[in-house]
Design a binder for this molecule. Structure first.
Ligand SMILES: [Zn+2]
Length: 330
């Protein structure tokens, strides 16, 4: 994903006017009625993260990508009621045809009330934000694998304690093949998020609908801060507040901040804009970097050093609790 620069500048000006932008907390909910929900196991999530890294970088059109696809289909298919693999040939910014697979696991396929959960499983073919090895692929421990790892642990818990509402877990492909910073080609619009753009235009089920969606991207860094990201605010503000309230009720205040930050182009933008399903993005904001993304972003530092199980737990437990809150109509 990448910043929308125009919006980012406005956000910076806005924040600069505030005396202490880290403490703008508009609406805090510290307690609420909590449904009984399974315990998210961060060790299981971490094992799923390590498993993905064992394949190496998961760059489309490589053997590692195919091996990872086989694994993800097997494991998600094992946990979910129904597995659908949506294959597509997608054209990258440089004309390369990417053989892509969106991997979709559904629970309670016929339930009307549904929540869509997503992450991207591919990794970036370049380290264009690094100082060395710019044209080499990144491992993507956080950028890719963390979100998938959390969703696989959630899938395991859904199988153990089946809710009555429907859940669809979509692992999007070809998110991170966007035009690199070093490219001298003319700017290509919408070069990221190819898998989610394809799915949004061609849902795996005709007229697919969900009440709302949650995208997870870079959800594993030590002491990560998840903010109210602008695209989520624009399209799905109600659900940001719902999920953040649950996070605070669970005691994860230090991870989930009410600070509003710049709009990001990520898979949720296309889901929101094309399907109309309101979808939020739980994505780390790092105020100490120019990009606003974590220090490891699109570099070779995106390895296990960029992962802390406690962050996976905070995000995973929050999303799991959200599912069971909805299941009980809370
Ligand atoms: Zn990325």
């Amino acid at each position: 994903m990448k910043n929308i620069v125009f919006v980012s500048l406005i956000a910076l000006v806005f924040l600069a006017c505030k005396p202490n932008n880290q403490t703008i907390e508009i609406e805090k909910v510290e307690s609420m009625q909590l449904a009984e929900a399974p315990i998210f196991n961060e060790d299981s999530a971490f094992a799923q993260l390590e498993k993905q890294l064992s394949f190496g970088p998961r760059v489309p059109n490589t053997a590692a990508h195919q091996e990872a696809a086989n694994y993800l289909q097997k494991i998600l298919g094992h946990y979910a009621d129904t597995l659908i693999v949506q294959k597509a040939e997608l054209k990258a910014y440089d004309g390369t045809i990417l053989k892509a697979s969106n991997i979709i696991g559904s629970f309670n396929l016929t339930a009307q009330k549904r929540i869509l959960l997503a992450a991207h499983w591919d990794t970036r073919p370049f380290a264009d934000q690094d100082e060395e090895g710019l044209t080499d692929p990144i491992l993507g421990a956080n950028d890719g694998a963390s979100g998938v790892a959390v969703l696989l642990e959630i899938a395991r818990q859904l199988q153990l304690t089946p809710p009555e509402i429907g859940i669809d877990i979509i692992l999007f492909d070809a998110e991170d093949y966007g035009q690199p910073a070093f490219s001298e080609d003319p700017f290509v619009r919408d070069s990221y998020c190819l898998g989610s753009q394809y799915w949004s235009k061609n849902p795996h089920i005709p007229n697919y609908q969900a009440d709302f969606g949650i995208l997870l991207d870079m959800v594993g860094a030590p002491n990560a801060l998840f903010t109210h990201e602008g695209t989520s605010v624009n399209y799905a503000n109600e659900y940001l507040h719902k999920v953040w309230s649950i996070a605070h009720a669970l005691g994860y205040n230090s991870y989930f901040s009410y600070l509003q930050t710049n709009a990001i182009t990520d898979d949720h933008l296309y889901v929101n804009a094309i399907t109309g399903i309101p979808m939020i993005d739980i994505i780390q904001h790092d105020a100490s970097t120019n990009s606003g993304f974590g220090w490891y972003w699109h570099t070779h530092d995106d390895n296990l050093d960029a992962i802390d199980k406690r962050t996976l737990k905070a995000v995973g437990q929050t999303v799991l609790q959200t599912i069971y809150q909805e299941n009980q109509g809370l």
